[in-house]
Design a protein around this ligand. Structure first.
Ligand SMILES: C[S@@+](CC[C@H](N)C(=O)[O-])C[C@H]1O[C@@H](n2cnc3c(N)ncnc32)[C@H](O)[C@@H]1O
Length: 207
């Protein structure tokens, strides 16, 4: 196996600049390590989960797109209109090279996003809601950019759940902002490299 990045470096990044730099530096070897060697499959599972709920030409935002694994899976499943957004330009350059995205743009989850209200039929996000990464406050903007009736489907780290997420999910349901469609079963997301790590897929419909 090639040299691997110690994942603690990204989980324990002290601030956004450190996190961005860690991903910029990791970009060219990320796919080999995480998908090839560690067997990560969250990107495929979230695309498969929404496949039958969306038209082929549904407008989809891949939030925290990284190197473009969701875009690749979406193309394989027949989706034709997927945009990529991430804080790391280095990761996005790898994503852009794959040729599967309509638009590729830097953005920061937890801050205002550069998209109009109701721009998308769905947001997909794989591997981004995990310790040291995007905060619960990301969801206000994700709900804003999704049309009423649209979907938000994402993985959330489950064995070491970052604080504030589930409480926020319940609050957004109580406020009538979204409805829970499905809380998936936990799964081992990187069985060949980080065998203790579990994620769960959450699927909400925006009201
Ligand atoms: C583990 S990677 C997952 C990449 C891709 N979605 C996948 O499933 O392979 C996490 C990605 O989230 C991005 N990220 C982390 N925090 C973010 C934030 N606050 N806003 C935007 N992107 C963020 C990182 O730059 C990185 O590309």
């Amino acid at each position: 196996m090639a040299d691997h990045l110690d994942l603690e470096k990204v989980y324990r990044a002290g601030n956004l600049d450190e996190l961005r730099k860690a991903y910029d530096d990791w970009a060219t070897s990320y796919d080999q390590q995480i998908v090839g060697d560690y067997g990560y499959r969250g990107h495929e599972l979230i695309v498969a989960r929404v496949r039958d709920l969306l038209a082929d030409d549904a407008a989809i935002l891949d939030a925290g797109a990284g190197s473009g694994t969701v875009g690749m899976a979406a193309k394989a499943h027949g989706f034709t209109c997927v945009d990529a957004m991430d804080l790391s330009l280095g990761m996005l350059e790898i994503a852009r090279e794959k040729g599967v995205y309509r638009d590729v743009r830097v953005g920061v989850l937890g801050e205002p996003l550069d998209y109009a209200d109701d721009s998308y039929d769905a947001v997909l996000s794989s591997g981004v809601f995990t310790p040291g990464h995007a905060p619960p406050s990301s969801f206000a903007e994700l709900i804003r950019v999704v049309k009423p009736g649209g979907l938000i489907c994402f993985t959330l780290r489950d064995d070491e759940r970052p604080p504030g997420f589930v409480e926020l999910f319940d609050a957004l349901i109580a406020e009538g902002r979204w409805e829970l469609v499905e809380k998936g079963a936990p799964f081992f997301s990187m069985p060949d490299g980080e065998p203790e790590v579990q994620h769960r897929i959450w699927l909400f419909r925006v009201v």
